[in-house]
Ligand binder design. Structure first.
Ligand code: GAP
Length: 446
């Protein structure tokens, strides 16, 4: 494994590449940025949507027991009082008495001395991480609202709506992808800890006696998802979270941690939230949130298993494991070893020469056919072939297709075939145009 300094240099280089190639930009960069916010550029948003698409297909579309949701970000503030977030969604904060900088107390090795200026640190207090806002024109206590700190809340408050509309049998679940906001004391490590984040969450409702088997099933399903997007399983580790460290609503939590360049850190969480949320919202709203089982004539408050996936942390894990340096053809190169399942560009098409209209026309034809099928296909006729390969390597494109004179029939044996070049090895082979869709669609993950 590389030394820490190599890893942090690689991380800096990766961040620079992601900016240069249009994946991720600093939020509001031209104004000097805004801490804890990042903007996804054209390739970043494509990568994000591909990951989210796999999640949605696997956990909503392909399952009969799951229902999709898209709830409002701003909710009635009483919902966050009932859920315990107004009272308890906080991190320990300490402030330096000299330079006034603020730190998360649990991130400090020495809780007495400021890590920046050496001044004395004040006493620890709890800092609520919810972003507050004002609803309507009045600015009084009655107009306070919060940006949701987790997407989960929007699903709990719609439990009854979905039961009334669809009459699902328990067990069933709700799935949602959306933004959440946390006023983190110390956003850090690029997109790892941010203030505006995106989550993919499931609230799965079960009979209280069956929570353990459901917890195990979701644990396996989370591993399946990680495999589907091409995460390196050897870098993911399960951690049983101790009593002291669990969220206030959880009776059991497993964190899935990933070996990021800056250390082993939380990627996902799987929590057993008991009947905490439905009971709390029943009490808070005065609306009964229970379930009646027609078969057994039993009425009960379902318990909840919650697999929670951070989108940004998924992308950071994929990008840091994909960032690769090697030697190819005697030259050093950098490439992103992304799975073809998620690579922003699946395949790029080139005419060998830009100034030969017959090559360009044929290349456009092949490009349009592939684009119609896959969507995320690029056309490039700038610079020489070597430069085009390097550009595609840097953004993780698994295959490049070149149309040359043999394609046009100069060598009759090769007519209507193209050169397909593989990103990871640089190996090239001749493939018939009629086979390209199948080839690029079926060749195992690059
Ligand atoms: N609904 C449960 C929940 O929100 P959490 O452990 O606080 O639990 C779930 O967050 C996931 O959301 C985390 O595992 C992580 O992937 C992501 N996440 C949480 N806080 C984050 C932050 N400040 N920046 C980026 N991702 C974050």
């Amino acid at each position: 494994m590389a030394h820490t300094s190599d890893r942090s240099r690689d991380m800096e280089e990766l961040i620079a590449l992601l900016k240069r190639r249009g994946f991720i930009y600093q939020g509001s960069e031209i104004y000097g940025g805004l801490a804890g916010t990042w903007d996804y550029g054209p390739l970043g948003v494509t990568l994000k949507k591909r990951v989210e698409g796999i999640w949605w297909k696997m956990f909503v579309d392909d399952r009969e027991d799951m229902y999709g949701m898209d709830a409002a970000i701003i909710m009635n503030p009483r919902a966050w009082e009932a859920s315990g977030h107004v009272g308890g969604f906080s991190d320990p904060l300490v402030e330096c008495t000299k330079c006034k900088r603020r730190f998360r107390a649990d991130h400090l090795a020495d809780k007495t001395k400021c890590p920046e200026c050496g001044g004395a640190l004040g006493s620890e207090r709890q800092f609520n991480m919810m972003f507050k806002t004002q609803i309507g024109a009045m600015e009084d206590a009655g107009s306070v609202a919060y940006l949701r700190p987790e997407t989960a809340g929007g699903m709990f408050v719609n439990f009854k709506n979905v039961v009334d509309s669809f009459h699902p049998k328990i067990p069933f679940g709700l799935g949602q992808i959306g933004k959440a906001f946390r006023n983190e004391i110390a956003p850090r490590d690029f997109i790892f800890r941010v203030r505006e984040l995106e989550q993919m969450e499931i609230e799965y409702f079960v009979h209280p006696s069956r929570w353990e088997e459901s917890f195990e099933a979701w644990r396996k399903a989370m591993w399946e998802f990680m495999r589907a997007i091409g995460l390196d399983e050897a870098r993911v580790h399960e951690l049983e979270v101790g009593d002291q460290d669990r969220a206030h609503y959880s009776q059991r939590t497993i964190d899935f941690e990933f070996d990021y360049p800056f250390g082993r850190k939380e990627l996902y969480g799987l929590a057993y939230r008991t009947d905490f949320d439905l009971s709390a919202h029943s009490k808070g709203s005065g609306v009964e949130l229970s379930y009646f089982d027609e078969a057994t004539k039993e009425r009960y408050v379902p318990h909840v298993i919650e697999p929670s996936f951070g989108v940004g942390r998924t992308l950071l894990a994929l990008l840091t494991q994909a960032y690769t340096k090697d030697q190819l053809g005697g030259e050093e190169r950098i490439y992103l070893r992304l799975s073809s399942a998620i690579a922003p560009i699946r395949v790029a098409v080139f005419p060998l020469l830009k100034n030969k209209p017959e090559l360009v026309a044929k290349a456009r034809e092949v490009y349009m056919a592939l684009r119609t099928h896959f969507g995320n296909v690029a056309f490039d006729d700038n610079g020489n072939i070597g430069k085009r390969y390097r550009r595609q390597d840097e953004i993780g494109t698994p295959w490049c297709v070149t149309i040359d004179f043999d394609t046009l029939g100069e060598n009759p044996k090769e007519k209507d075939t193209v050169t397909v070049r593989h990103r990871d090895t640089g190996a090239q082979e001749r493939v018939a145009i009629v086979d390209l869709v199948r080839y690029v669609g079926e060749t195992p993950r690059a």
